[in-house]
Design a protein around this ligand. Structure first.
Ligand code: PEP
Ligand code: MN
Length: 363
């Protein structure tokens, strides 16, 4: 069931924003020079609205660069003063949050490892109570939409209304081309459950490598996301964290130039009519699909009764393997994706076995 919480649309708290929300800046702030120089370059493009810079870095293992610490907040203040960009950083406990509020940062975000811990989120939410802070919540490292929503609800209970979700992908359980598995389905689920929550994409932590940033960013807009948070460093080759995924400001601008930003709706009667016609076809095909599934289940039921009367098990492995192979091959001949057909028939089969065992147990 969807959750109705009081969330202000981005346009209400950033009235000057006239394109998708773009947050850019280095993974970590390293030196005053690096922070300022990167910011000056980014500020040249009006599409960049918020400057990000990690000050406290949650590294998976100790020993790597863990952030410059509180001094970085002074640099962010300087960036804001000099460039006019809004500024933000990640907070991961009560003390970070207090310091970031005191420094007057415009945006705070909760990182993926922190979102996974309700204790940490609650501690941050308690400090934020009664403030007007803008808080962005990255998805937890594991694909648990409830945990993601839970963090947003905790902030909402503290009176925070300027909330944004950040989709940064999930820890993959096997080797994948991306650093973090995007699982777009989790974003769709969050949008379904919290339709008024703006959600932006962090292609940097999904991609892990510069070469995939363009395709992930485009996909985010194709899915109707509200903006991007991208890591940009004046010289990625010597970045102290996430060197492989950062872009120079110039390369970031080139990436932005190539992006096609899609709207959820357009004001074009002919397009609307054509879309309406195609949607009607989908509706009637879906009805046919359901009718066919229903007839198939009726036959499955008859087979179940027949097996029961002859004392045969509901599952016959050899028949199932043969059926699956045939369906995948037939599907491929009809241009259907192999994995899709496999998952579809696994689901159908699972429910057929469930139905047949029910028939047998009903005796
Ligand atoms: C970051 O934004 O630099 C970061 C550490 O991200 P995440 O929490 O998504 O891993
Ligand atoms: Mn990073």
């Amino acid at each position: 069931m969807g959750v109705e919480i009081d969330i202000k649309p981005i346009k209400e708290w950033l009235p000057k924003l006239n394109n998708p929300l773009l947050i850019a800046g280095p993974c970590s702030l390293e030196t005053e020079e690096q922070a300022m120089d990167t910011a000056r370059q980014l500020a040249k493009d009006p599409r960049v609205f918020v400057y990000r810079g990690g000050v406290w870095k949650p590294r998976t293992r100790p020993g790597s660069f863990e952030g410059i610490g509180s001094i970085g907040l002074e640099w962010l203040k300087q960036v804001k003063q000099e460039t006019g960009l809004l500024v933000g950083t990640e907070v991961a406990n009560a003390q970070h949050t207090e310091e970031a509020l005191k420094a007057g940062l415009d945006v705070l975000w909760i990182g993926a490892r922190s979102t996974a811990s309700p204790f940490v989120v609650q501690e941050i939410a308690d400090v934020l109570k009664g403030t007007d802070a803008v808080v962005m919540v990255k998805n937890p490292v594991n694909p648990d939409t409830q945990l993601w929503m839970g963090a947003i609800e905790r902030l909402s209970k503290s009176g925070i209304t300027k909330l944004v979700g950040i989709h940064r992908g999930f820890t993959p359980f096997r080797e994948t081309k991306y650093r973090n598995y995007p699982n777009w389905q989790s974003f769709i689920e969050l949008r379904r459950l919290m339709p008024n929550l703006p959600v932006i994409c962090d292609p940097s932590h999904i991609a892990g490598k510069r070469e995939y940033l363009q395709e992930v960013s485009q996909k985010a807009f194709d899915m109707g996301m509200d903006g991007l948070m991208i890591e940009s460093h004046r010289d990625p080759s010597c970045a102290l964290s996430d060197a492989a995924q950062q872009l120079t400001p110039t390369d970031l601008f080139k990436l932005l130039d190539k992006l096609v930003i899609r709207n959820e709706k357009v004001d074009n009667k002919q397009f609307e009519d054509q879309l309406e016609m195609l949607r009607n076809r989908i509706d009637s095909l879906d009805t046919e699909l359901l009718e066919i599934l229903s007839s198939r289940m009726e036959v499955v039921r008859q087979i179940g009764q027949y097996k029961r009367d002859n004392n045969v098990t509901a599952l016959q492995m050899s028949r199932w393997t043969e059926l699956m192979n045939k369906r995948i091959a037939a599907g491929e001949n009809m241009n259907l994706n192999r994995t899709f057909v496999q998952i579809l028939f696994q689901l159908i089969h699972e429910d057929s076995v469930r139905m047949q065992t029910e028939i047998m147990d009903a005796e």
